[in-house]
Design a protein around this ligand. Structure first.
Ligand SMILES: Nc1nc2c(ncn2[C@@H]2O[C@H](COP(=O)(O)OP(=O)(O)OP(=O)(O)O)[C@@H](O)[C@H]2O)c(=O)[nH]1
Ligand SMILES: [Mg+2]
Length: 294
């Protein structure tokens, strides 16, 4: 008997949603960085285990939007909740029930969505902190399950699958059982580059960057990719390129290594840096960069 379950990973920026998705799948499909607001759009991860096909939707962290990109991100997160059978609400050990969580829980309740509380980052907290967090959230809301985990080292992550499998419904699998994401290859490629940018550069610049894949050509044993990195200010361009092009070279070679792992073939990567002022403020440009509303 085949079953399926659609589950959204939702929570504040930086709580570890994308890390958890990657750990669940055993593959790096969603980008991760120490900076909040890393994930910009909805990323689907698919895990087929025994009778059940789990479809996980990773979402941008929920926060108060400051610009057009931010409000796009909020819509994505909200939309994901509307499309799933269950929500995994992520918080960090030590957290209190914040305004964001209260608002989210109100919406999930209104939609009668089963909600599992995931308390992440147990590897950097102690038992008392974890216990206090469980107590605070359990007092505020009745969850279908509460699971403390470490997305980073994998502790307790398998328990999530056992717990949510109870909510899977009899029905078809929507994807072949060997597929792990429905993201187009171009999106994966541009996200890998963005991850390297976020991890290589200082605080202000990366949020103002977007990566556009200009061409993606598959040859016999090689994929040839030309990508443009857009930044918001003229002064950002030399920082991304670095002295003698060192920074861009480093970003390019990290990205290439990850792409070769993911695509399983040699990659030729050609990176260019361009300036488009204040693109985050422009709905048209945000859409043009691939952040399209569905
Ligand atoms: N110590 C520890 N760090 C973690 C854990 N899970 C995630 N992190 C770190 O937390 C940071 C944020 O992780 P992400 O997975 O990008 O968080 P996110 O919730 O997807 O963030 P947004 O996409 O910005 O909303 C990264 O530096 C991760 O390495 C964990 O279980 N333990
Ligand atoms: Mg993320």
């Amino acid at each position: 008997m085949k079953k399926n379950l659609f589950a959204a990973l939702i929570g504040r920026p930086n709580v570890g949603k994308s890390t958890l998705l990657n750990t669940l799948l055993g593959e790096h499909i969603s980008i991760v960085s120490p900076k909040p607001q890393t994930t910009r759009t909805r990323i689907t991860g698919i895990l087929t285990k025994e009778e059940t096909q789990f479809v996980f939707l990773d979402t941008p962290g929920i926060h108060k939007p400051k610009d057009k990109l931010g409000s796009y991100m909020m819509k994505v997160a909200d939309g994901a909740a509307a499309d799933v059978d269950l929500v995994l609400l992520l918080v960090e050990a030590g957290d209190r029930v914040g305004a964001v969580e209260k608002e989210l829980l109100r919406r999930f309740d209104g939609a009668h969505l089963p909600t599992v509380l995931i308390i992440n980052k147990t590897d950097i907290s102690n038992a008392r902190e974890i216990g206090d967090t469980i107590a605070r959230f359990a007092e505020y809301h009745t969850f279908d399950a509460v699971i403390p985990i470490s997305a980073k080292n994998g502790e307790n992550v398998n328990i999530i699958l056992d717990e949510i499998d109870k909510f899977a419904m009899e029905g078809p699998w929507f994807f072949p059982d060997d597929i792990i994401t429905d993201q187009p290859e171009r999106v994966i490629a541009s996200e890998i580059i963005r991850e390297k940018l976020l991890n290589a550069l200082g605080n202000e610049i990366p949020h103002g960057t977007a990566v556009v894949i200009e061409s993606f050509k598959e040859k016999k044993d090689l994929i040839s990719i030309r990508a443009e990195i857009f930044c918001e200010k003229n002064s950002h361009k030399p920082i991304i390129i670095g002295k003698n092009g060192e920074m861009l070279k480093k970003i390019g070679s990290w990205a290439r290594e990850d792409m070769e792992k993911f695509f399983g073939v040699k990659i030729f990567l050609d990176l260019w840096v361009k300036v488009k002022e204040n693109w985050r403020e422009s709905a048209a440009v945000v859409a043009n960069f691939g952040f399209k509303e569905e």
